[in-house]
Design a binder for this molecule. Structure first.
Ligand SMILES: CC(=O)N[C@H]1[C@@H](OP(=O)(O)OP(=O)(O)OC[C@H]2O[C@@H](n3ccc(=O)[nH]c3=O)[C@H](O)[C@@H]2O)O[C@H](CO)[C@@H](O)[C@@H]1O[C@H](C)C(=O)N[C@@H](C)C(=O)N[C@@H](CCC(=O)O)C(=O)O
Ligand SMILES: Nc1ncnc2c1ncn2[C@@H]1O[C@H](COP(=O)(O)OP(=O)(O)OP(=O)(O)O)[C@@H](O)[C@H]1O
Length: 447
């Protein structure tokens, strides 16, 4: 039976990085390279820790190549600890859930992982809480800005780090930040993109946050940083839709389930970094409120529209735009921030009026829970969106916005008014499960 093969990554000659190599049945060999800043000193890492970190990166990066022609057997040329095996099962299972469902492939998928077992390290991880240096994942959006600001408030030294697939995306990210951004450069095998474009390979979404997490951890460990901080929100654990009784989540690799799997795999290799998500305990309205108040300086430079990050497709935004104003993610972010901004300020932030554009009504219905499924996008919990809309209907200016008016009758036929009032009232105070170190939990008021 032909299998998808993952090779143990090799160091590049003359460049500070690694080559990740894969064999896809029927399509041949592929190589992705990742180049790190010189400050990442891989030679200072314990050999087994380095090997573990690159194995984890190889597993996650492999999802891009596996999806070209999914095989029934996944076969690394390295042994796997239980935690790494679980990472494979999750990344190539629900991590690719959207891909399977949108390509009409069976879901859950039926594959076997063929690898020798590896003994895990059993030491309890040390969590540094003083003189901390933190790598904060930076994606240019509201969550990244808020995460960087909060980590700074803990007294830690913050380095913003972005993974990029093209220089133009790197330039956009740098322009979206008020502080310097360290860039780690991935180069996807161009053959994969060609095959996808010509229809000779399957295409679809991959667990990108998992890829970014493993590469950030590798960078942080090699630079001697202590924390690797993501801004994965509580809402990312809510599935996008249900497929025959199985949840499918566009944001699976941002979910708490995947965060736990990554943390277990880092522990099993004794990785010298603490990985966590700082926005896990709070609502998206909490984050929007923080950005509109304490984080106000970022309002004119941040962007959440994913079209900023297209590196090879036809959907890239024009250079002078940060928001397309006509996708589910723009509409979602516009709803979350509206309760905290005047209509005029909102228009300046979003470079348009997404909540006044009738063409956006269907997106609004989808994100507010008025349809069977959420859009295949990075959007949050339906109840929270509905609560924000109910609140906007009580605001004299926002209640006049055409989309807010248009949604009113359907909103209250789907949701009980009192339930939405309660969700709004709790939005800034409620806290949920998280994995943050004590000083961060204290700052976030989360026990
Ligand atoms: C920017 C974006 O949203 N891209 C998604 C889009 O891809 P598109 O074809 O429009 O443009 P490109 O991003 O330039 O991709 C070109 C092709 O390359 C494939 N590819 C890309 C990155 C990668 O690591 N591996 C790859 O194989 C890609 O499939 C294209 O064929 O549509 C794709 C198919 O649905 C999406 O997969 C692209 O999503 C990117 C991987 C991406 O970075 N998306 C994030 C903005 C995103 O969705 N973030 C979510 C987190 C989701 C998660 O962690 O799973 C979020 O913020 O919540
Ligand atoms: N290119 C990237 N490099 C490093 N980290 C990234 C990148 N893109 C996203 N992230 C991180 O992944 C996590 C999830 O991304 P997400 O898109 O939700 O955040 P965001 O872009 O900051 O906010 P928003 O939800 O407003 O788009 C965040 O911690 C974010 O910083």
């Amino acid at each position: 039976m032909s299998s998808f093969r993952l090779c143990f990554p090799r160091r590049l000659d003359g460049q500070n990085g690694f080559a990740f190599e894969y064999d896809v049945p029927g399509l041949g060999a592929f190589t992705e390279t990742v180049i790190f800043p010189d400050a990442a000193r891989f030679d200072r890492l314990d050999r087994s820790v380095l090997a573990g970190l690159v194995r984890m990166a190889a597993i996650l990066i492999g999802t891009s190549y596996y999806k070209a022609a999914p095989a029934r057997v996944i076969e690394p040329d390295f042994a796997l600890s239980d935690a790494e095996r679980r990472l494979v099962e999750l990344a190539y299972g629900p991590g690719l859930g959207e891909f399977y469902v949108r390509n009409d492939l069976p879901y859950p998928p039926d594959f076997t992982v063929k690898a020798e077992p590896r003994m895990a390290q059993l030491r309890t991880p040390e969590i540094k809480t003083e003189d901390v240096r933190a790598a904060v994942a930076f994606g240019g959006g509201k969550d990244s800005h808020v995460a960087a600001s909060l980590i700074q408030a803990t007294g830690a030294e913050v380095e913003r780090v972005s993974l990029i697939l093209s220089e133009s995306v790197g330039e956009r990210l740098v322009a979206m930040s008020e502080a310097p951004v360290t860039l780690i450069r991935r180069r996807i095998d161009p053959h994969l993109i060609e095959l996808g474009r010509s229809g000779r390979a399957l295409n679809g979404h991959i667990p990108i946050t998992g890829v970014n997490s493993c590469l950030m951890a590798l960078y942080a460990a090699a630079k001697g940083l202590d924390w690797v901080v993501f801004a994965n929100e509580r809402a990312a654990s809510e599935p996008t839709m249900d497929s025959n009784g199985h949840p499918v989540n566009h944001q699976f690799s941002k979910s708490l389930e995947f965060e736990d799997a990554l943390r277990a795999a880092f522990t099993a290799i004794n990785a010298p970094v603490t990985y966590f998500s700082i926005l896990r305990p709070v609502s998206e309205l909490w984050t929007a409120h923080y950005l509109a108040t304490a984080g106000e300086a970022a309002l004119d430079i941040f962007a959440s529209c994913n079209r900023n990050f297209v590196f090879a497709g036809p959907n890239a935004l024009p250079k002078d735009k940060r928001w397309c104003g006509e996708c589910a993610k723009c509409v979602y972010t516009a709803v979350l921030l509206a309760p905290f901004l005047s209509v005029e300020r909102h228009e300046r932030v979003f470079q348009s009026k997404p909540l006044h554009n009738p063409a956006n009504l269907e997106f609004l219905r989808e994100i507010a829970g008025l349809t069977d499924a959420k859009p295949w996008e990075c959007v949050g919990e339906r109840r929270e969106v509905a609560a924000a809309l109910a609140h906007l209907l009580t605001d004299a200016d926002w209640a006049k916005a055409p989309l807010i008016q248009a949604i009113e009758p359907e909103l209250f036929s789907q949701w009980a008014r009192e339930d939405l009032q309660q969700a709004w009232a709790e939005a800034l105070d409620a806290r949920s499960e998280h994995r943050m170190p004590a000083p961060v939990a204290e700052l976030m008021d989360a026990s």
